[in-house]
Design a protein around this ligand. Structure first.
Ligand SMILES: Nc1ncnc2c1ncn2[C@@H]1O[C@H](COP(=O)(O)OP(=O)(O)OP(=O)(O)O)[C@@H](O)[C@H]1O
Ligand SMILES: [Mg+2]
Length: 250
């Protein structure tokens, strides 16, 4: 297992956000963690990436305990947070080379050029990142987090605020990373994103994992509705809204 989570609890003061989260993420492929605003997705990602200590429970990443072996966890992961970590004053190439230098890699300029090419940013590489579009900035942010080729990649809402074209570019990037054998855990509020990308999906709701499985597993939770003699397959959105108890979309 790339990631195991058992009985994780976390409160902020009176607010119990995670109330016993259990989860297993297999090696390789794309795992989507779904949940409404405030469900605790970022909180769980921060615990798994050692930025936050759980109140109870245990979690391992790449076989290392997130509390007692934080350094080993940090060496095995990359994290692209919900808010971009790009320095707007530097060029795209300078941003990448800076991270490569911080990671003590030989030849940071070459590392930067390779990543620019891989993320279709070669032409923009000499421009200040502050001039980039949202999609370009997000791609640069993901590229920065990949320096050093970590086997486990956390992407917290990688496409929030992006236009449809930029979302598709990020999706292609995520698929490419998975194709190279990385394990990707992404959080999203976009159900179609999970439907498009994820091999496995978990829904976090009211502090616990409500369901966990493949898209087909989740869809099987709802019987197909008969509409004028044509069987209508439920979308992931139908399943999500049914499970979290909100009004179904018409
Ligand atoms: N450091 C903190 N101090 C106090 N409350 C916090 C802190 N971090 C998170 N919370 C609260 O915990 C709850 C879960 O937050 P979290 O950011 O994990 O949700 P999320 O599922 O990532 O939501 P979103 O989809 O909006 O990103 C929210 O009610 C939030 O206000
Ligand atoms: Mg969040």
């Amino acid at each position: 297992m790339a990631i195991t989570v058992a009985g994780i609890e976390k409160s902020f003061g009176e607010l119990a956000v995670l109330k016993g989260v259990d989860l297993e993420v297999e090696q390789g492929g794309i795992f989507a963690l779904l949940g409404s605003n405030g469900a605790g997705k970022t909180t769980l990602v921060r615990i798994l990436s050692t930025l936050l200590r759980p109140d109870a429970g245990t979690a391992t990443v790449a076989g290392n305990d997130v509390v007692s072996d934080g350094q080993a966890v940090r060496e095995a992961i990359s994290l692209t947070g919900q808010f971009a970590a790009v320095d707007e004053v530097l060029t795209g190439r300078e941003n990448l080379a800076l991270v490569a230098r911080l990671r003590h890699l030989p030849d940071p300029g070459r590392v930067a050029d390779e990543l620019l090419a891989r993320f279709s940013l070669t032409e923009a590489g000499g421009r200040r990142a502050g001039t980039y579009s949202g999609g370009m900035r997000r791609r640069l942010d993901i590229a920065m987090s990949l320096i050093g080729e970590p086997p486990i990649i956390f992407l917290d809402e990688p496409t929030t605020g992006l236009d449809p074209e930029a979302r598709i570019e990020v999706w292609d990037t995520v698929r490419e990373l998975a194709g190279r054998g990385a394990t990707i855990l992404l959080t999203t509020q976009y159900l179609d994103e999970a439907e498009q990308l994820a091999d496995r999906i978990a829904i976090l709701h009211e502090g616990r994992i409500l369901v966990h499985g493949t898209l087909a597993d989740l869809k099987a939770l709802m019987p197909p509705a008969k509409v004028e003699y044509i069987e209508k397959q439920p979308s992931l959105e139908d399943v999500f809204l049914r499970l979290v108890g909100k009004k179904e979309a018409a």
